[in-house]
Design a protein around this ligand. Structure first.
Ligand code: NA7
Length: 545
């Protein structure tokens, strides 16, 4: 039987990670809206609920990968991060703490999948259906589904006939996996593989690392936080957050105002070496033309290749680990903590599946065009159908029953990456064509949530309850997005940023590369001009507020 529950709300939020939690807090506690949140998981956390593979940690420093002073200054002072880059369990317990502290659990329905969300034009309301037969109507529909929440499992022949256990990193078993004594194949060397491989290699008898494209892995420099670190951070939190809002990537450090070729070779090397020593993405902010100019970029690329040669003893392996096919930062550079050194171990073999692609998974292992690798376990670190994969699974249909997936068959078309024509009262937190994955995510999330909150308050204060972007405004945003994209080197690489990892996915830059600072100003301007580019109206559909 079905669970024909019916509920009428002001807002439905899909997802209970960073964005869903903060959105619920704003809608319910700031605006007083009756809000229902759904999540398929059985707890909060989103990305940090699912990604429990060994070595999983955030590549943004812990002290600014969190909610800012906009949520709570007290929480910032009370919460202490134990490592410079927080591991998954710590981020998950942080989000659980936030959910408890702000009484968010009571409005979240877990283990519940949204299977359809349809806009009823006459009523001016969304009807949301869940996998258990539930039905909820709401004035506003807000997706908070994350950008990397639908896993990509390559459809290798024989995949399901493999006789041993296999795992995707993004759907890792909660009880963990014991690799002791096992021979393991890890497919994929993106940010995830680079974190997992050193940990698996410490346990397993042997690891085959199946690499298709080497990346420019940046030294992570993770270490425990000291009491001094903690004090310096807590004393300066206001300024730290202020800076994250003024920078293009949402980090508390600014991109230097100089081009890479404007300084001598010696000085440039020193600048890179210093940034590399400090660890993390800082190296991407050393010069302001690394993403724009191929020659500038090559200086950073070659600096990083030299670090690989320094760390990896076997020069053939070092060369195989060195990217030559794409400029630095045109694919997301992983942070590494012991990844390159792992290739000096006797129990690790790097396999080039670019030269000899994977042809088949057999009952006992992986067969490439060159050889067969017998393994006990396969780990797929093969990434995600990013940014649109999960949105499409929600079955969103707007005016005239047109599906979001239909509308976006040739690639996303949005206004500000957060709304789309034909879909009134739909807001997509960190949607495609918004800065999202090219930034420190919580800062981008807060900007979206706060902007949506201000927008709904504006509507309510004027007795309005519908908002939809005009086609011309949407077209202008898409044109601007494409123009900015073309000024960068990003279209040159086969990255998940351009959808190249998913067969048949339209090749477009999915995140907006104009910078979170610029984007924030544009959004503020739109709001200050009475939601310029939007049609506002009233259906009398609001149930409260
Ligand atoms: P990524 O960055 O998409 O990496 C996936 C890896 O899997 C990458 O090395 C791929 O090689 C490889 N891959 C994917 N499909 C195949 C096939 N069919 N054969 C061989 N190798 C394959 O995902 P991650 O989970 O590491 O990281 C995602 C984001 O999470 C990361 O960027 C951060 O923002 C956090 P390719 O490079 O496509 O040649």
């Amino acid at each position: 039987g079905t669970n024909e529950t019916q509920e009428n709300c002001d807002a439905v939020v899909v997802g209970a990670g960073f964005s869903g939690l903060y959105m619920l807090h704003r809608l319910r506690d700031t605006l007083g809206l009756k809000t229902r949140v759904f999540d398929v998981a059985d707890d909060v956390g989103g990305t940090w609920y699912w990604n429990r593979y060994p070595g999983a940690r955030c590549d943004s420093e812990s002290y600014f990968y969190s909610f800012s002073d906009r949520l709570s200054e007290e929480l910032l002072q009370e919460w202490t991060w134990t490592e410079r880059f927080a591991a998954q369990p710590e981020i998950l317990s942080y989000l659980q703490h936030v959910a408890e502290r702000f009484d968010l659990y009571e409005d979240i329905r877990f283990r519940t999948q949204v299977v359809a969300a349809e806009y009823d034009e006459a009523a001016g309301r969304w009807t949301v259906r869940t996998g258990d037969g539930g039905r909820v109507t709401a004035t506003y529909l807000i997706t908070a589904v994350g950008c990397l929440s639908t896993t990509n499992l390559p459809d290798f022949p024989g995949r399901d006939a493999f006789g041993g256990p296999w795992y995707h990193t993004g759907l890792w078993p909660h009880e963990g996996v014991d690799f002791t004594g096992q021979t393991v194949a890890v497919i994929g060397t993106g940010a995830t593989g680079v974190q997992a491989i050193p940990e698996i290699a410490k346990q397993a008898a042997h690891v085959y690392v199946l690499q298709r494209t080497p990346n420019y892995d940046i030294a992570g420099g993770n270490r425990p936080m000291t009491a001094d670190d903690g004090r310096a951070i807590k004393d300066n939190y206001r300024e730290i957050w202020q800076t994250t809002r003024e920078t293009g990537f949402g980090f508390p450090y600014r991109t230097a105002e100089r081009t890479a070729l404007s300084v001598s070779d010696e000085e440039r090397h020193q600048i890179y070496a210093e940034a590399w020593q400090r660890g993390g993405f800082r190296i991407g902010t050393t010069f302001n033309d690394l993403l724009m100019d191929e020659d500038a970029n090559e200086t950073a690329a070659e600096f990083l290749r030299a670090r690989i040669r320094e760390q990896v003893h076997d020069s053939d392996v070092a060369e195989l680990l060195s990217p030559r096919d794409h400029p630095f930062f045109t694919k997301r550079p992983p942070l590494e903590n012991g990844y390159y050194e792992t290739f000096n171990r006797d129990n690790v073999t790097l396999v080039d599946v670019r030269r000899a692609p994977i042809q088949e998974i057999t009952a006992t292992g992986v067969r490439t065009a060159e050889a067969e690798y017998e393994v006990d376990t396969i780990v797929y670190a093969t990434g995600f159908d990013a940014m649109t994969g999960t949105l499409f699974k929600l079955g969103i249909r707007g005016r005239q029953g047109i599906g979001l997936q239909e509308k976006w068959a040739d690639g996303p078309s949005s206004y500000l990456g957060v709304t789309a024509n034909g879909f009134p009262n739909l807001f997509m937190i960190t949607g495609p064509q918004s800065p999202s994955v090219l930034t420190n995510m919580p800062v981008a999330i807060e900007q979206h949530v706060d902007w949506i909150t201000d927008c709904l308050r504006y509507l309510r204060d004027r007795g309005l309850d519908t908002i939809e972007p005009l086609p011309a405004a949407e077209q202008d945003w898409v044109d601007h997005h494409n123009e900015v994209t073309e000024t960068t080197l990003l279209p040159r690489a086969n990255s998940w940023w351009v959808g190249a990892n998913i067969p048949g996915k339209p090749r477009r830059l999915y995140p907006y590369v104009g910078g979170l600072d610029i984007y924030r100003q544009i959004c503020e301007q739109v709001a200050n001009r009475d939601y310029d580019g939007f049609a506002l109206g009233s259906c009398g559909a609001a149930t409260s507020g």
